[in-house]
Write a protein that binds this ligand. Structure first.
Ligand code: GLU
Length: 433
């Protein structure tokens, strides 16, 4: 930012610039539009636009060749009005403060929309985890956790997996936190391995939730899951579970992609077979029972459901006019930017937005936290049924508001979420007044 701005004493502009970035700015615009659409109190809306706390952490790591590398990590805590901060930790080379702030903001509104007693947070380290050995990844995770110190905790802020992190990463965080405390505290993270207090169904929860939402959207379009066609971008935790759950319900998966490229089979991919291939080869590249396809071509395939389950900013003004699906179900956070959202809506393509469509993960994280507190664990069937109840109920609420106020789904989802948070913020008030 310019020195001129910082010396004007405009603290407001100063703060905004710290977080500025495409995804954060997009998120704040959605919030503003939705807040105005539901008549949100302007003072409350102003507070919602700013994350409450953000830390930048230098994470020194002893590499396998004995050299020390210093990585930059972040944790942004957006809102704790409704409960402890909640949200994943991302390891990716493109992680920035701005991106983490955008993701933390989305978590607040995701938890609010889903009626969970949780706030929103997010963490990340700017690193390509595929370039780290297991030991290096463990060292980095443990040092990051110890630097976070009391900023995380079962009543404070509860991390979970996100891109580049998994159940093993959560186990290291839980262990480091517990070592420093002197006793086991599984409640500090969710998405842990089941053996140390994780929940059944957590690993597949986000992908399963994507399918529950796709089913609701298809129903509104007068269609059924069985016989519908899917294209799935991303074949990591979210994409693989979305694919297998859609496949098991009779949908045809026309194409999938991962970092190594894309695969297309107009007759539908044999997902269990492909998953076996990936278990052995790590990536989908080289699988012979489908044709290779580029990422760009994959997004433009004619299908009923397009599920972007990879990264933000995949559907933009550059390709939105060529998207050829009936509904976009956002398994990733922020995969469609605001310009593309506008184009898709003009073309009558429905969007089931991220805070609704990928909420299955944090819903089951909430269940994991509850089961941990109660020391009483549920069956996978109970977990999945309860998750379905919450996510489909949220869909119905969003649909109601969309119809009542003639909004698009993204604005309606954010609007529904803003309403709950607004009431809570007004009830708690501003301290000191
Ligand atoms: N990282 C996931 C998300 O973006 C899950 C967060 C959680 O379970 O806390 O929703």
């Amino acid at each position: 930012m310019s020195t001129a701005t910082s010396t004007t004493g405009n603290a407001h502009a100063h703060q905004a610039d710290l977080f500025q970035g495409e995804m954060f700015d997009n998120t704040i615009k959605i919030l503003e539009t939705a807040g105005n659409a539901v008549g949100c109190d302007p003072n409350v809306l102003e507070r919602m636009k700013r994350p409450k706390k953000a830390v930048i952490i230098s994470v020194p790591v002893r590499m396998d060749d004995y050299r020390v590398k210093v990585f930059t990590g972040y944790r942004v805590q957006h809102s704790s009005t409704l409960g402890p901060y909640k949200g994943g930790i991302r390891y990716h080379q493109d992680v920035t403060l701005s991106e983490v702030a955008a993701l933390a903001t989305l978590m607040t509104f995701k938890c609010s929309l889903l009626n969970l007693p949780l706030g929103g947070g997010k963490g990340g380290i700017a690193v390509d985890p595929s370039k780290l050995s297991r030991t290096e990844k463990q060292n980095m995770t443990r040092r990051y956790t110890s630097e976070l110190g009391t900023l995380i905790g079962p009543d404070v802020d509860i991390p979970a997996p996100d891109m580049g992190t998994d159940a093993q990463t959560m186990a290291w965080i839980m262990d480091t936190y517990s070592q420093e405390l002197g006793f086991a505290q599984p409640g500090v993270v969710t998405g842990k391995p089941v053996e140390i207090g994780g929940s059944l169904g957590r690993a597949g929860a986000t992908g399963l939730g994507v399918v529950f939402i796709a089913e609701k959207a298809l129903e509104k379009l007068g269609m059924k899951m069985a016989g519908s066609t899917f294209v799935i971008q991303g074949f990591g935790n979210v994409g693989t579970h979305a694919a297998i759950n859609a496949f098991n319900r009779g949908a045809k998966i026309l194409a999938v992609s991962d970092v190594s490229g894309g695969l297309h089979n107009p007759n539908g991919l044999d997902i269990p077979d492909l998953l076996r291939y990936v278990a052995e080869n790590k990536v989908i590249k080289g699988y012979t029972k489908a044709e290779p396809i580029s990422n760009e071509e994959l997004l433009q395939l004619n299908c009923d459901v397009l599920a972007p389950c990879a990264m933000e900013n995949q559907i933009t003004e550059a390709n939105a006019a060529k998207i050829s699906c009936k509904v976009v179900v956002e398994g990733a956070n922020g995969p469609t930017n605001n310009a593309a959202t506008k184009i898709l809506h003009e073309r009558d393509i429905m969007i089931c937005p991220d805070i609704l469509a990928n909420g299955g993960g944090v819903i089951v994280s909430y269940f994991e936290w509850v089961q941990g507190i109660a020391h009483f664990f549920w069956s996978e069937e109970e977990v999945n049924n309860r998750m379905k109840g919450i996510i489909t109920n949220a869909f119905d609420k969003v649909w109601e508001l969309r119809t009542e106020k003639k909004l698009d789904m993204r604005t309606a989802a954010m609007g529904q979420s803003v309403r709950r948070l607004e009431r809570a913020m007004l009830l708690r008030g501003l301290y000191p007044r």
